[in-house]
Structures are given as structure tokens and as C-alpha cells.
Design a protein around this ligand. Sequence first.
Ligand SMILES: [Zn+2]
Ligand SMILES: [Zn+2]
Length: 349
Amino acid sequence: MKAAIFLGPEKIEVSDWEMPKISDREILIKVHYCAICGTDVRTFYHGHKKVIPPAIIGHEITGEVVEIGKNAKTDLKKGDRLVIVTSIGCGNCKLCNRGLYNLCPDTKAIGYYYQGGFAQYMVIPEPAVEQNAWVLLPESVSLLDGSLVEPLSCVINAQNYLNIHEGDTVVIYGGGPIGFMHAVLGQAQGAEKVIMVDPAFERLERFAQLFSDLILVDPGKENTIEKIKQLTDGVGADVIITACPAKQAQMESFKIAAPHSRISFFGGLPKDDSTIFIDSNLIHYYEISVFGAFASNRADYQKAVDLISSKKIDASKFITEVIPLEDIVKGINLVKSGTVLKVVVKVQE
Ligand SMILES: [Zn+2]
Ligand SMILES: [Zn+2]
């Protein structure tokens, strides 16, 4: 089969790779599409501690079932179209028992520890089969649009904590694909105002045209704190999401937070520079809640599929490029350049 093989930082080669064989408890998938994630870009440039080359990365995967091991415990049938769930837990710890596979201390992810989707075929490994680590795609969702389910599921996991409802003002730092997914999901939850902040303002403006009713703030030209206060009658925002790896955004979020507001640190910070300073009395006196979010679980994938299937979220708006597997490095660089929203690799010819 054809695969994009990660050989080390800045080295991906598209060539022949041995066709994976399944054990009698595994399932073989023909991969159709795999979208490029910001994490894939970081792995390409800097490597990743869980990706040991030679390896096949990619975790925003749609495909179809082509072979089922005779002892695999599953209801899947050949030809079923599905999205693969990324986080596979150990299956035995307290967190796994609660279904929080994403937080298992021994989590092994598809596209990191296990082979990912930048290849024509992949195996659903036995622990993943045991955890039903997939969601079926209904006829109403194309395999291409389905590649948006994984990133959207992560956004859903974050917003599960935030209780966004009618009348809320939501501020999002970061105008990348994840920022826009937060914006659109916030609107779908009934937010009255969605405000996006990004110093790459030209890009923010360009992509905002794909969506509707977004208020944009250019921190290079205006004082974000004053602007948000002005937009909220001096009260501040009900929900703030930092969808960018920026300390500045995390620290500023407390200064624009309304009493009883919820803050989500969706984006992580660089690992050697992840300490921030905040006035903790703001949290105390104003009853501000701060949440983290990391990856997602099966139920979030199912919600993402339902939102796309019911057209509450139009996945195709986020997909600005579809490229062949041969062009994967070009695609990674497009994502890095920030000139696109989602780049999806069409794996089958
Ligand atoms: Zn991803
Ligand atoms: Zn576990």
C-alpha cells in the first residue's frame, strides 16, 4: 500500500509500505480521508515523544471496514463507513472505567503510538476494538466531511464544561480552524455574541467571511480589554476560550471575564514556558471557573457526527483544501502558514 512515512523531523516520504495484517481480534480499515492537525505539523517539525520513526501519523480519519478478525468483538460489518476515535486507554484504570480514555495515564493514541491515517490501510488494534473506538457515519455525512469529526469532537469536549446558553457572550482567542469551530458551536448553543480576537487580523477577517455574525477584534489596533467591556455593557464575557498557544491570551482572559464566567484553556502552551501569572482574587470574588480540555472521547465524536448530519454545523465550510497523499508535506506547510483552514488528505486515489 501507499503511505506517508514519518522518518524523523522534517522527513516524510510517500512510498510503498507493507500492507498491515490483522490478528483475529483486529479490524482492517481502508482509509479514505485524513485531515491534517496542528499536532501533525508539530510532529513533522519537532518529532513527538510517542511517535517512534518510521511511523505513520494522522488521526482525523475516515474510512471503511474491509476485514474483520474472526474473534473480534464487534457489530461492525464490511463496508461500514466510520470515523476512528483517537484516544485508546489502558482499559483498566479508574479513568478508563469512567470512559475518560483521553486522560488515562497510559493512553496510546491512533496516529501516535498506533499507526495513523496517512496510509491507504490501517488496523484498529485490539484495545481499540474493545473500546469501540469508532463512530459510524450516516449516509448524510460524506467521508470527506467526516474528517472534521475528530477536531470538532475536541471542541465539543471543551464546551461540555462551559454551559454556553442563550444570551451568552463568548470570546475566542485564535482564528485558526479550531477557533472557528468553537465560534460556530458556540452559536449553535445559542450564544448571543461571538467575538474573535487574533493579531493575524487579515486572516481572521478573510475566514470570518465564510461564517456569519462574528464580531472581530484586532489586538494590534485596539485595546482588547476595553473593546470587550464596551461590547458587553461593561460586564465582560460569559465564556472565554483560548484556542491558541499564547500566555498573553490566557492571562488576558481573566481581565475580560464577567462575574460567574467560564474560561477554557483549550490550547496548550509551549512545554518549557507554561507558567502564567493571574490575580487569583478575580477567580475568588467573581466566581470565575477555569477549565482545561484535552482531546476527546467517543460520545463527543457521536455528538460531532450528529451536529454535521443535522446540518447544525456545515463541515464543508472548514475544509479549504483537499490534497493527494503525495502532497502531504505541502499540506503540512500550508497548515503551518496559516493561509488555510482545514487541509484534508485524500488518501485513496
Ligand atoms: Zn487533531
Ligand atoms: Zn486507563
